[in-house]
Design a protein around this ligand. Structure first.
Ligand code: TPP
Ligand code: MG
Length: 595
């Protein structure tokens, strides 16, 4: 058998630097599956339980490495399953490439089995580059371009390969004739720096400010030193959007942590009272948590010019790489001699950490979820990679988890979909097998997909240098985040029909499938559970029975939210008494003497 188009497809991916493909088989990609076996020395195939998980893993691969994450699925149903994971990548601007099968060319348009119009289906998620190969000679440029466009534009791209075409002889060198295309592989990132005059303008605005606030996002993840230096000079406080949580360490006194409903009170003060805003590599979506338009002069730095001035009307928007731009800007900035603004922020932050600790130590029935995160801070390995799912876990991840230098952390920042917690952690183990991974996940997300994906963990953990992958399950038998949103935003009481979820013993399930399960039923078991998890010789599920009535209190409650909340409880919330009691305990801490 000579080289097939499927073989060449994989070889060309490898030539572009791809080392791993996350996916799930099907007969729409039969030839590619055969070729994967022949090329296993060059390209590793990671088999997920579901194509959506493969797409989450590809997205996480991009987040954890900066490389293109590649996922593979069969025609029709497999391709459709990829979509949510691909949208996660699209919305968080990650370079991801999907390869999907299609029915044989001669049957297309024939209402054939599993025939789905895949170009149309993927046209939104991979809007810049979705193409179906109809000739083997296309494969070379389809792969080169899909890979390069994903990186250059930080987008999702997609190539569709009919199964008969993949089984045809490879055509590595297209004919040298009119109409053919001769592409090459590879991509070298540019240095993106605003012109000198623009940097000077930015420096002037920042130098004129007396109370500077910084907001950093995922664009600043590789600019830790530069963000710190600029913040020091400007006497600024630094708030972090969720995707930028690992950009600057939480132990710096002027870092105010998360912003928004999931955020901290000092971040709110920072935005409410600043006179100048410097936003770096963030598209944090909620304008109401930024300064009032007109209140502050704004400077924004973003690699992508289309993301400038969309959340706050900036006085100056600079297209530039965060690290390069801040480095060039730093020498032009004057050190603020009046440090009172900075001191105020630092003082608030000190208070805030104290409050969080007190909230974490409040009793609950049985476990206060904040305490799990608080205790985790003490034992989180220095090189851990942390993922969180959408749900109440994202609240505690945002607020209570303290990250240091060297940690990596992510979640579905913009799509905010349920489901990525476990697959992101799996991808972390493949990308960095020597580092421990930690997934912080709700029981709803475990039931939706996390439990199935633990089987993938079982399948592969023997291959990882360090077997530690720890999944914390917030077992509250509730779709808790939405229950609270119903109460505080909608004024509706908890509705058991939609919100209660079935009881599952996740620790026993972990044991059943060959992982280790640790059940946490009382607060005094928390510390021991984390110790066991990080010293185990295999992946561990920490199954913690959490109180769903611990309120994920926003940094400040608006009158409207408070009214809605009271109305919800009055309308016969089944947990009203416990909710009031727990909210009172948490809130009253802010008013105790000494605050
Ligand atoms: C795919 C998807 N479906 C629904 C939602 C809406 N949603 C956001 S958080 C949440 C509840 C999650 O429950 P769980 O995983 O148990 O976490 P908890 O909040 O209870 O800790 C839901 C339903 C979503 N974000 N994504
Ligand atoms: Mg839950």
């Amino acid at each position: 058998m000579g080289k097939l188009t499927a073989d060449f497809l994989l070889e060309r991916l490898a030539e572009n630097g791809v080392r791993r493909i996350y996916g799930y088989p099907g007969d729409g990609i039969n030839a590619i599956i055969g070729a994967l076996e022949r090329h296993k020395d060059k390209l590793q195939f990671v088999q997920a339980r579901h194509e959506e998980m493969a797409a989450f893993m590809a997205c996480a691969h991009a987040k954890w490495t900066g490389e293109v994450g590649v996922c593979l699925a069969t025609s029709g149903p497999g391709a459709i399953h990829l979509l949510n994971g691909l949208y996660d990548a699209k919305l968080d601007h990650q370079p991801v490439m999907a390869i999907v099968g299609q029915q044989p060319r001669m049957g297309l348009g024939g209402n054939y089995q599993q025939e789905v119009d895949l170009v149309t289906l993927f046209k939104d998620v991979a809007h810049d580059y979705v193409h179906m190969a109809t000739d083997p000679a296309q494969i070379r440029h389809l792969v080169d371009r899909a890979h390069r466009i994903a990186l250059a534009r930080r987008e999702v791209t997609c190539i569709i390969v009919p199964n008969d075409l993949a089984a045809e002889p490879a055509e590595e060198e297209p004919p040298r004739e009119h109409g053919s295309v001769h592409s090459g592989p590879g991509y070298t990132p540019p240095r993106v720096l605003p012109p000198q005059g623009q940097l000077e303008k930015a420096a002037k605005i920042l130098n004129e400010g007396k109370k500077v606030a910084m907001l950093v996002g995922q664009g600043a993840l590789n600019a830790t030193d530069e963000v710190i230096e600029v913040a020091e000079t400007l006497g600024a406080g630094v708030a972090k959007a969720l995707l930028g949580k690992a950009a600057v360490p939480d132990d710096l006194p002027f870092v105010t942590g998360a912003i928004g409903l999931l955020g901290t009170k000092p971040s709110w003060t920072l935005m409410k009272d600043c006179d100048t805003l410097l936003m770096v590599g963030s598209s944090f979506p909620y304008s109401e948590w930024l300064p009032k338009p007109g209140q502050a002069r704004g400077v924004q730095i973003d690699l992508d010019g289309t993301m400038l001035s969309i959340r706050y009307p900036m006085e100056l928007g600079l297209v530039g790489d965060a690290k390069e731009t801040l480095k060039a800007l730093a020498p032009m900035l004057e050190r603020k001699e009046d440090r009172s603004w900075r001191q105020r922020i630092e003082h608030e932050m000190e208070e805030w950490w104290r409050l969080l600790e007190e909230r974490a130590m409040q009793s609950a029935d049985p476990i206060n979820p904040q305490r799990l995160f608080w205790e985790l801070n003490k034992v989180l390995p220095k090189d851990a990679i942390v993922s969180a799912d959408s749900g109440s876990a994202a609240n505690w991840f945002a607020r209570d988890l303290k990250l240091g230098r060297g940690h990596m952390a992510s979640l579905s920042g913009t799509l905010a979909t349920m489901g990525p917690g476990v697959p992101y952690a799996i991808a972390a183990k493949f990308c960095h097998p020597k580092r421990p991974a930690v997934a912080l996940v709700g029981d709803g997300a475990m039931q939706m997909n996390g439990m199935a994906e633990l089987i993938t963990v079982k399948k592969y953990f023997h291959q990882w240098d360090d077997p530690r992958l720890v999944v914390l399950v917030l077992n509250n038998q509730d779709l808790n985040q939405v229950t609270w949103e119903q109460r505080a935003l909608q004024g509706d009481p908890k509705s058991p029909i939609t919100q209660d979820i079935p009881e599952v013993n996740y620790a026993a399930y972990a044991d059943l499938i060959g992982l280790k399960g640790v059940r946490v039923e009382t607060p005094d078991e928390i510390e021991g559970a984390w110790d066991q998890a990080f010293s185990a010789d295999r992946p561990v599920v920490v199954d913690a029975l959490c109180d769903p009535n611990v309120p994920p209190l926003p940094p400040h409650i608006t009158v409207k939210e408070a009214r809605a909340f009271i109305t919800a409880l009055r309308k016969g919330d089944p947990d009203a008494t416990a909710v009031i009691e727990q909210s009172f305990k948490e809130k009253i801490l802010e008013f105790l003497p000494g605050r």
